[in-house]
Design a protein around this ligand. Structure first.
Ligand code: F3S
Length: 394
């Protein structure tokens, strides 16, 4: 891999120990994946934020890095933390867990990282442009940035994203290169799609079938950005899909080569069967929406559904702190709280310790959450559309 003279100097320790260590990690990664050079990144999103995921070893690593003066060079956001960073007590998060989570946030803050924790950074002030190179970590954010925005990122691990943030660069390989963004399978959708959960079910089903490939969808006449984020998140979860194209809807769809692709047809029956597969129980003891983190439009939709009603079971809507602020101002938070629900910021159902909080059966409308909740949080999942989940609880 070609390194510039100033990059060589970093490797020889001329910019200090932390930079040398981080840059060495990036060079090693570049060598493994046969990158030709380093490229600057416009922004970074770092995963490995929840104390539940990284534990004491992760906490100590971050505190050590911060104490050695590590500083990020580009706009850097964080993936969801393990709790609402402001309302954790009220929501019943365990005290010791909270103490450790706050230490993690302090370490990130000391490095100059924006301590807002979300998997939808593009809705919260970190919006890349078309073809911008970035280094993001969380799989649904990676999918959205690559597919819906047309920015370019591989799915970074926690350490490689942190290294990219500190060095401002990433090795040029994988999805940073145009030749690797071509589709390898054509998905013809013949099923009607209405709810975001329909897009989640489609994504879950396709991800399982195509594993790691780049799908090109046709037959989806329209979709909101919320629905595309649901589709991408579920495919990333079930099949590690980091990029997809949708005819007429995503920015690179007109530019890629679609001749002679292997073809797969998705029918209404496939979607219905996916709902059946993912619905493991009947009666959730909590409903959690906002995977990926809810947009203001999704929060407004829930507020409208619960207005003037009383929920029988707890309802959380996970989102970024920025969306929650906007929801507060619009009165959506108050409406949802009056019905007995909560808007929970900075965290989500998968990275927070819900199993320690007494919940066993969780209702979700997200294919991604349905994929992870049984393993990560020991939950029985009730996968359904928003009407069944919310209106069924009032
Ligand atoms: Fe985001 Fe958590 Fe879902 S990180 S994509 S809300 S599992």
């Amino acid at each position: 891999m070609y390194l510039t003279p100033s990059e060589e100097k970093i490797l020889h320790g001329e910019k200090g120990e932390v930079m040398e260590r981080m840059f060495r990690l990036l060079v090693r990664l570049g060598e493994i994946y046969e990158a030709d050079a380093m490229i600057p990144v416009g922004s970074v999103q770092v995963a490995g934020v929840s104390y539940k995921s990284i534990g004491d070893p992760g906490l100590e690593f971050l505190e050590d890095l911060a104490s050695k003066g590590a500083k990020v060079q580009v706009l850097t956001y964080l993936n969801p933390a393990g709790m609402d960073l402001e309302n954790w007590q009220e929501l019943g998060f365990p005290e010791e867990f909270a103490h450790n989570q706050l230490r993690i946030m302090d370490a990130f803050r000391a490095m100059g990282i924006v301590v807002t924790s979300t998997c939808t950074p593009y809705l919260a002030g970190n919006l890349p442009r078309f073809r911008e190179h970035i280094a993001w970590s969380e799989s649904s954010a990676v999918s959205f940035a690559n597919s819906v925005i047309g920015a370019r990122t591989n799915r970074e691990g926690g350490p490689s994203a942190l290294a990219a943030a500190i060095c401002g660069k990433t090795p040029n390989y994988g999805l940073h290169r145009w030749e690797n963004r071509q589709p390898s399978v054509h998905i013809k959708v013949e099923a009607p799609l209405e709810f975001s959960s329909d897009f989640g079910a489609l994504g879950y089903y396709v991800g399982k079938q195509v594993k790691n490939k780049i799908p090109y969808f046709s037959g989806i006449p329209s979709a909101t950005t919320d629905q595309l984020k649901a589709l991408g998140a579920a495919m990333a979860a079930s099949g590690a899909v980091a990029l997809y194209h949708v005819d007429q809807l995503t920015p690179e769809a007109d530019l890629v080569e679609t001749q002679d692709l292997e073809t797969m047809t998705i029918t209404e029956k496939d979607i219905k069967e996916t709902y059946t597969t993912l619905k493991q129980g009947e009666h959730p003891d909590i409903v959690i929406l906002g995977c990926p983190h809810a947009s203001l439009r999704e929060i407004a939709q829930v507020a409208e559904k619960v207005q003037g009603k009383t929920l029988k079971k707890p309802l959380w809507i996970c989102t970024s702190r920025m969306m929650k602020e906007a929801a507060d101002r619009m009165g959506f938070t108050k409406t949802i709280e009056q019905a007995g629900g909560h808007i929970v910021a900075d965290t989500c159902m998968v990275v927070s310790p819900i199993e320690q909080m007494g919940y066993k059966v969780t209702g979700v409308n997200s294919g991604k959450a349905a994929n992870y909740l049984p393993g990560f949080c020991k939950q029985t999942v009730v996968f359904a559309n928003i009407d069944e989940l919310v209106e069924g609880q009032t």
